[in-house]
Write a protein that binds this ligand. Structure first.
Ligand code: NAD
Length: 355
């Protein structure tokens, strides 16, 4: 029996190229076609992958009724609508993060997937990093006892070219904000380890006018975990020169752990009762997009998980409901965001920025 899984990719930008490369490298996968509205990419697609290029998802889906999986690698604001189109055509879906920009859109995607008996894989590749796998096992074994406090800090650098060089980054409609585009991986890590949150209080700031960025550049959010303990999520996109850190500090009854580095790639502190810190495999480097760096370069594991799951040899690493929960948490954090007053505060004063 031929277990080769046929993939098509929608959106051949920075991450779409990585998906294409990872599918090409996977021995049980076949890259069948790529679609992007930017027709200037056709030549590069043909040169690098020797597959047909289409200028719309509709044209690709019509031309290839027998693909297995459609990877959605387009701007955030298009994920839900394109996932619905792929599901309607009876294909499984790999959806880049975030799954959508609203919980209601995630619900529509999940409902369609259930109707069509298809999988939706949410891309949260940081889950494969050795420190994430280790943290998950520490939490599953309840080695820290009761959790008192969790602090997540994400301090990144995004310069003006990041926004002006993109058709969608920084736009309310297509991007949604830093919690969706830069930091949803770390919301996912927090949700994966500690579950849902409640009683959210948020402050947002805009300290720097950057052309093309319609959002806050600073956020400080605190909350309680439904399962107990308090938490905070603090972030910035205007760190000087380069990404500084993405870290998680966990304070529990039986110990304290900090995983940090630029993108949570190393254990910085581990002092736990009757427990010796293991030596972990090194994490893969961050995705390097030339003028900026992102999260872990782990997409090969995502593709492998899709292949194994469809062939019945594994289960989905990040399922659609988990993708929805990340969007739900971000949506609730952003309920207290008022972009208009942030902009006004930036114009009027340098001292009264936080709302
Ligand atoms: N998992 C990760 O670590 C990771 C990293 C980067 C980006 N992403 C996500 O991947 C998505 C794409 O990000 P990117 O940085 O590659 O953006 P990008 O701008 O580099 O690429 C997006 C591509 O989509 C194409 N496109 C736009 N509208 C389209 C449409 N209607 N149909 C087909 N193609 C269309 C654009 O022409 C462009 O080539 C975003 O949702 C982003 O959040 C995830």
């Amino acid at each position: 029996m031929d277990n080769t899984i046929k993939f098509a990719i929608i959106g051949y930008g920075r991450i779409g190229k990585r998906h294409a490369e990872m599918v090409k490298q996977n021995k049980q996968s076949e890259l069948v076609a790529i679609a992007d509205i930017d027709e200037s990419l056709e030549e590069e697609v043909k040169e690098n992958f020797s597959v047909p290029f289409y200028n719309s998802i509709e044209a690709l889906l019509e031309a290839y009724p027998d693909i297995d999986v459609v990877n959605i690698c387009t701007p955030n604001g298009l994920h839900a609508e394109q996932a619905l189109m792929a599901l309607s055509a009876q294909h499984h879906v790999v959806c880049e993060k975030p799954m959508a920009l609203a919980k209601a859109d995630c619900e529509a995607v999940i409902s369609k997937a259930l109707h069509e008996s298809r999988h939706v894989f949410s891309v949260m590749q940081n889950r494969y990093s050795p420190p994430s796998v280790w943290l998950k096992s520490v939490m599953d074994q309840q080695l820290l006892g009761r959790i008192y406090q969790v602090q997540v800090n994400c301090y990144w650098n995004r310069e003006e070219e990041y926004y002006t060089g993109s058709t969608w980054k920084g736009s309310l409609e297509m991007d949604g904000g830093p919690l969706y585009t830069q930091f949803s991986h770390f919301i996912d890590t927090m949700f994966w380890l500690f579950g849902d949150i409640k009683d959210i209080k948020a402050r947002f700031g805009k300290f720097k006018e950057i052309e093309g960025n319609e959002f806050e550049d600073t956020g400080f959010i605190d909350f309680e975990f439904v399962d107990g303990g308090v938490g905070s999520f603090s972030y910035s996109t205007i760190i000087h020169d380069k990404n500084f850190e993405s870290s998680i500090t966990i304070i529990g009854e039986n110990g304290t752990i900090k995983v940090g580095g630029q993108y949570m790639e190393k254990i910085e502190y581990c002092h736990v009762k009757d427990y010796e810190q293991p030596v972990l495999q090194p994490s893969n480097p961050p995705n390097n997009y030339g003028d900026y760096k992102g999260s872990a370069a782990n997409h090969m594991y995502v593709i492998q998980n899709v292949v194994e799951t469809i062939n019945g040899d594994s289960k989905v690493t990040t399922n659609a409901l988990e993708g929805l929960k990340v969007v739900d948490i971000i949506e609730r954090m952003y309920e207290q965001r008022d972009l208009e007053s942030l902009q006004t505060a930036l114009k009027n004063s340098q001292s009264d920025l936080l709302v």
